[in-house]
Structures are given as structure tokens and as C-alpha cells.
Ligand binder design. Structure first.
Ligand code: HEM
Length: 455
């Protein structure tokens, strides 16, 4: 039998509330019981809160696609991120969120993706050159690839957004400060599940607020400079310029500097953490399944620096899609029921927290063939096609779908192919990564691979 990619251990079916909270705090993935891979819906009822995990395709569709306005983003989710993200599109709801999307979405339309391609390609070449030096320096010792892919994905974002490479002084500092911030913040903290009244003061880990302020000051510098360049007619034609010059067709207003700082912060955070996580897991899967690695390297041989070439990376895209299924960078999302509901013959009171879990849905035993196996050919099968439509939400779905989904599906396969064309990756004995949920799905002790040049 072929080996299965790493999956975190599940907890026993019944544990005390305190044990659950402790497990949850350590890692939300291993804090869940195995039955969630088979359940259509599960309720977490405790003395303090009530939440439901929705794991049935039509319920997920109701919440995300059919009636999204009735299920706003839970206010609590953003608590840990608010000092950094302010009123960013990731956290807002209702009219504010709708207006923000009207201004942001045009920057990510298909045609614009073509325009960002040269910057992505340049970031890919820089990543190859950086890794080349690292491989040389390592002298055959294992290399931690989450670090490699974080660097590459951050570079992609700075180049496409602000036309500056990661080596740029401000970009480099934003990058390193984000890392410190991210380490201290799980994407779903306990506060998401334990409702605290508004008047309870929020405590953040030490340094969180100070770090957030510094990051925002740095981003404000980039944004203010860009405002000036737009005024002078000298601004480069990149994502920042596009967003900052787009006016909301309904109100006729654009973003002011502070609101733009909020958006840049989320583009950077949502855009690099997620892609970095996905790329690192894909590289691990390639080390685990060397025949696929060889096929991708072969496919990448003819890769040219032109946008159309990306559409020819068919295998790379299937592999990346499969990696997003097994290791969805955003493992869970939370919404709130704004009115009483009845789901699967159960009352869902107003105010309940509804958890949508790409992690569980993507490995649902009653939906997917070979749910825990790595099989990039599944996307051509009937089961794979149906599940892709109904049970595959790495970018969420509906009007609140990830703005960067199209961007990420170009970036991921491209960077993957550029890396595999140049390098071969192999597993390191005794260093199997264990997935845990930090801000995104990461490996407990990093992902270590032996990397060598192909030539
Ligand atoms: C593999 C890469 C990526 C994955 C898996 C991913 C996943 C997601 C998911 C699941 C959400 C919805 C979260 C929720 O509703 O709670 C989201 C939202 C978002 N993502 Fe991504 N993302 C990726 C890359 C990007 C990139 C490259 C960008 C920008 C350049 C980006 C920008 C955003 C923004 C702005 C939102 C908020 C949208 C809204 O709430 O209206 N993402 N992403």
C-alpha cells in the first residue's frame, strides 16, 4: 500500500472540557475527535458557548454561497489580528466590507493577473537563486523549507503589490516583524469560541501591540510614498496603484491612506502566509512521491517567462490543488448565525458560532475516494470532479471567497515548477512533519528536506 501523507493524531472521543480547552490552545487540529472526518454536523455544547461544525456540502453552501449576509464573519475571530489589521477587508462585515470588495476586486481580475506575471516570475527566479546559495552553503545538510517558501511568497507579494523586492529595506523589515507577530497568534484563538463580553479588556501576548504599530508605520510609509507618486504621475502600474486609484462605482470614493494601510496589511498577511504554507507542504509531498516530482520537473523543462506558459503547467496545478486539499492553509473559518436556524433537525440559536472546516471537509470519509491519500489524478475522476464542486473550499466560496484565489493558483504552480526544474527534494529520515494550525497549517518543527541541484 502506498504511504499516506502526514495527518495529525485525533483526540479520544470523550474528554473533559478543560482537557479540550488545553488541547485546543495547543493545536486545533489534534484537539478534534476522529469522528469529525465522518460527521455531517457536530455540536460543541459547553457551559459557556455553543458552536457547530458544519461538514455537509449543502449546509456549507447555505452559509457561504446562498445566504452569506445572514452569516457574517464572527467578530471574535479577528480579535488577535485586529491591532494589526484594523478595518481590513478580512475582518469587516456588511456595507463596509461590500464597499471594500468593490474597490479591491478589480485589481485581481483575470486580465490584471497577466500584468502581475513578470513580477511573479522575477520572484521565482530570485527564489531559485537564493536556494541555490543555500544548497551550496548547506553542503548536503537538510534545509527547512517553510522558511524558503515564506521568503519566496513574501517576495511575490512585495513585487506584485509595490514593485519592490524583499531585499528592499522596508519590505525586509515588514517581513521579519510579521514573522514575530504570526508566531504569537493562532488564527482561531480560544476567544473565538469563548464569548467574552465587550467590556472585558483584551490582552495580547507581550509585544503584539508594539509590533503591530511598527508594521503599520512601515506600511504607511510605502502607502504614503505611493500616494505621492500617483499624484505626480510617476507611479508604477502594480496592484497598489490599481487599488489606490480605483473608485467605488457606487459611492465614487476610494481608500484613504489609513484604510489602504489596513488592506495592505491583509494582502501581505493573507497573501504570503497561505501560499508559503501550501508551497512548503507541496514540496514535502514531492519528496514523498518522487515519481510525481520527476513528472513535474519534466513538465517544467519547457517553461518560458510568459503568462500563457502557466496554463501548460497542468500536472503542477493538479499537484498543487491536491496539496491544498490535504493541507488547506486556512484550516477552519468561523461565521455567526445572525438569526435562529434549524440545521439537520437541530436548533441553532441566534449568535451560535458556525465552524466551517476545509480541513475536515477535504478529508471527509463519506465524500472522497481515498480521502487521506495523495492522488493528483483524482481531479479527472467523477468523484474528484464532484468533490471539487461540493466539498473543496481551500479559498472559501461565495462572495467572500479569497480575493487572491486566481493569483495563488498562478503563483503556486509557477514557483513550484521553477524550483523543481532546478532542484531535487528528498525526505530526511526521522523528520516527518506533523501538521499543526498556527496562523496557517504549518509543521510542528518545520519541514526539513534534503535539497540538491538537478544538474
Ligand atoms: C494558497 C494561497 C491562499 C489560500 C489557501 C487562501 C485562502 C483564503 C481563505 C480560506 C479565505 C477566507 C477566510 C474566511 O472567510 O474566513 C481568504 C480570504 C482572503 N484572502 Fe486568501 N488565500 C490565499 C492567497 C491569497 C493571496 C495571494 C491574497 C492576496 C494577494 C489573498 C487575499 C485574501 C483576502 C484579502 C481575503 C479576505 C476576503 C474577504 O473576506 O472578503 N489570499 N483566503
Amino acid at each position: 500500500m502506498t504511504e499516506l501523507p502526514p495527518k495529525p493524531p485525533s483526540r479520544p472521543d470523550r474528554v473533559s472540557l478543560w482537557r479540550y480547552l488545553r488541547l485546543f490552545k495547543a493545536d486545533i487540529l489534534s484537539a478534534q475527535p476522529a469522528r469529525l472526518y465522518r460527521a455531517w454536523m457536530a455540536e460543541f455544547r459547553t457551559p459557556f458557548f455553543r458552536s457547530f461544525l458544519l461538514n455537509q456540502p449543502d449546509l456549507v453552501k447555505t452559509v457561504l454561497k446562498e445566504r452569506p449576509d445572514d452569516f457574517p464573519k464572527s467578530e471574535r475571530i479577528g480579535e488577535g489580528l485586529r491591532p494589526l489589521l484594523g478595518q481590513s477587508v478580512f475582518l469587516t462585515n456588511g456595507a463596509v466590507w461590500k464597499r471594500q470588495r468593490r474597490i479591491i476586486d478589480p485589481a485581481f481580475e483575470g486580465g490584471r493577473l497577466r500584468d502581475t506575471f513578470p513580477a511573479m516570475w522575477a520572484a521565482g527566479e530570485a527564489a531559485v537563486a537564493r536556494l541555490d546559495r543555500q544548497v551550496e552553503g548547506a553542503g548536503g545538510a537538510p534545509i527547512e523549507v517553510e522558511e524558503v517558501t515564506s521568503h519566496a511568497a513574501a517576495d511575490v507579494i512585495f513585487r506584485t503589490l509595490f514593485s519592490i523586492p524583499i531585499e528592499h529595506e522596508v519590505a525586509a523589515e515588514v517581513f521579519s516583524r510579521f514573522r514575530a507577530y504570526q508566531r504569537a497568534q493562532p488564527i482561531l484563538n480560544l476567544a473565538a469560541f469563548v464569548p467574552l463580553p465587550r467590556w472585558v479588556p483584551r490582552f495580547y501576548p507581550r509585544g503584539t501591540r508594539a509590533n503591530a504599530r511598527i508594521i503599520r508605520d512601515l506600511i504607511r510609509r510605502l502607502t504614503a510614498e505611493r500616494m505621492a507618486e500617483i499624484g505626480a504621475g510617476t507611479a508604477p502600474d502594480d496592484l497598489a496603484t490599481k487599488i489606490m486609484t480605483t473608485l467605488d462605482p457606487v459611492t465614487g470614493e476610494g481608500f484613504d491612506t489609513e484604510e489602504m494601510v489596513d488592506q495592505v496589511a491583509i494582502f501581505f498577511l493573507a497573501g504570503h502566509e497561505t501560499s508559503a504554507s501550501a508551497l512548503a507542504w507541496t514540496l514535502y509531498l514531492m519528496a514523498m512521491f518522487p515519481d510525481w516530482q520527476e513528472r513535474l520537473a519534466e513538465e517544467a523543462e519547457g517553461l518560458e517567462p510568459e503568462f500563457a506558459a502557466v496554463s501548460r503547467l497542468r500536472l503542477s496545478r493538479d499537484v498543487f490543488r491536491e496539496a491544498l486539499r490535504l493541507y488547506p492553509p486556512v484550516p477552519m473559518m468561523v461565521r455567526e448565525a445572525s438569526c435562529p436556524e434549524r440545521f439537520r433537525d437541530r436548533d441553532v440559536p441566534k449568535g451560535s458560532q458556525l465552524v466551517l472546516s476545509p480541513w475536515h471537509l477535504h478529508r471527509h470519509e463519506r465524500l472522497w475516494d481515498n480521502p487521506d491519500g495523495f492522488d493528483p489524478t483524482r481531479w479527472q475522476t467523477e468523484n474528484g470532479k464532484q468533490c471539487q464542486r461540493e466539498a473543496y473550499i481551500p479559498f472559501s466560496a461565495g462572495p467572500r471567497v479569497c480575493t487572491g484565489a486566481g493569483f495563488a493558483m498562478v503563483e503556486g504552480p509557477l514557483i513550484l515548477s521553477m524550483l523543481l526544474r532546478r532542484f531535487r527534494v528528498e525526505r530526511v529520515a526521522g523528520r516527518e512533519p506533523v501538521p499543526v494550525a498556527h496562523l496557517t497549517v504549518r509543521a510542528q518543527d518545520g519541514i526539513w528536506l534534503k535539497i540538491s541541484r538537478r544538474d
